[in-house]
Write a protein that binds this ligand. Structure first.
Ligand code: ADP
Length: 318
């Protein structure tokens, strides 16, 4: 399996505070990966490291099979920062020309298509565009580069719903047709569920969930049933319990399935939002990696579980 991103013990410290710490994971090539987590979780920091805007304080990072320090593959990676840095005095047309002259694999057709479908005047000055329009020009530059790895920090943040839908469609088409790996941070779980097939969740600078979204979903169940005794039922001990809720005699729990579920309990597959919220509300629950996301470092902290075949979760012996 080819990796687009491989992090081993990756860390980034700003002054005395670690923005990212001990991150070890893999993102396979060809996936559309959502990068999610609360504000300050380290999403932008991770994208900046992968975009080679900053250097790690600890650990190592490999991009498209080469160490991140190796700048020879620079043309294969496009990074779109959250503040959409563009030359404000350039026109839209001049900005695209700059992209064409700086990038050997430039695709003028796709860049123009993105600009044109937003109704932008090619002669308009970039500095006078609305935030959403500037985002569109920046996305045109990122797509026009025809990268193998496209890193997007909150690409939908300032786009109207129609534009977000169109750009989302383009992202998925690019990944499918060109084999481009896309890693995009987002606060919108709906966008991630609609566009992404892979997920990396960060909280407090650490990876909490990583892997194929389908496998992460099917590793979890929301179980509910009547429970009369004090404390949770003993059969739950066989599973990793993410969180529980009781209302009257009814107990509901989000679990990672690692054993049998009694027949008189209802079990349903949660949606992505339920898993994300459960995981973020329960920082003490071990991180979960699917087989393709997991990296053996030999320095595991013993608080991880893995999904071997995409269905069963098992305790990490590392
Ligand atoms: P996210 O993108 O998930 O909101 P960030 O990666 O922007 O999170 O930030 C992670 C943490 O690192 C935050 O606590 C933030 O304040 C801190 N941080 C980010 N960039 C810098 C910087 N250049 N200097 C100092 N602290 C920073």
């Amino acid at each position: 399996m080819t990796s687009a991103i491989e992090a081993r013990g990756l860390g980034k410290r700003y002054l005395r505070r670690w923005a990212l710490q001990d991150c070890s994971f893999r993102i396979p090539a060809g996936v559309v990966c959502g990068l999610v987590g609360p504000n300050g979780a380290g999403k932008s920091t991770l994208l900046q490291l992968a975009g080679r805007i900053s250097r790690p304080t600890a650990g190592s990072l490999r991009l498209l099979g080469a160490p991140a320090e190796d700048l020879s593959g620079l043309a294969r990676i496009a990074y779109l920062a959250q503040d959409r840095p563009l030359f404000p005095r350039f026109t839209v047309e001049e900005t695209l020309r700059l992209g064409r002259e700086l990038n050997p694999a430039w695709d003028q057709r796709i860049a123009e298509r993105i600009v044109r479908s937003g109704g932008l005047d090619p002669q308009a000055c970039v500095g006078l565009l609305s935030e959403g329009q500037r985002s569109r020009v920046a996305l045109a530059l990122a797509f026009g580069k025809r990268p193998d790895l496209l890193l997007l920090d909150e690409p939908m943040a300032s786009l109207d719903p129609l534009a977000a839908h169109e750009i989302g469609g383009l992202l998925m088409a690019e990944a499918a047709e060109q084999g481009t790996t896309v890693v995009m941070s987002s606060h919108q779980v709906g966008d991630v569920a609609a566009m992404c097939d892979y997920l990396v969740t960060l909280a407090d600078g650490r990876v909490r969930l990583a892997g194929e979204i389908d496998a992460l979903l099917s590793a979890h169940r929301i179980v509910s049933g009547v429970h009369l005794a004090d404390g949770p039922p003993s059969w739950l001990d066989a599973h990793t319990v993410v969180e529980t809720r009781t209302r009257g005699r009814q107990l509901t729990a989000l679990i990672r399935v690692e054993g049998a579920i009694p027949a008189d309990w209802q079990a349903a597959e949660p949606d992505l939002e339920e898993i994300l919220l459960g995981c973020l509300r329960s920082p003490g629950v071990p991180s979960l990696f699917t087989a393709t996301a997991r990296i053996e470092t030999g320095i595991g902290n013993g608080t991880e579980t893995g999904i071997g075949n995409g269905i069963e979760a098992e305790e990490d012996a590392a």
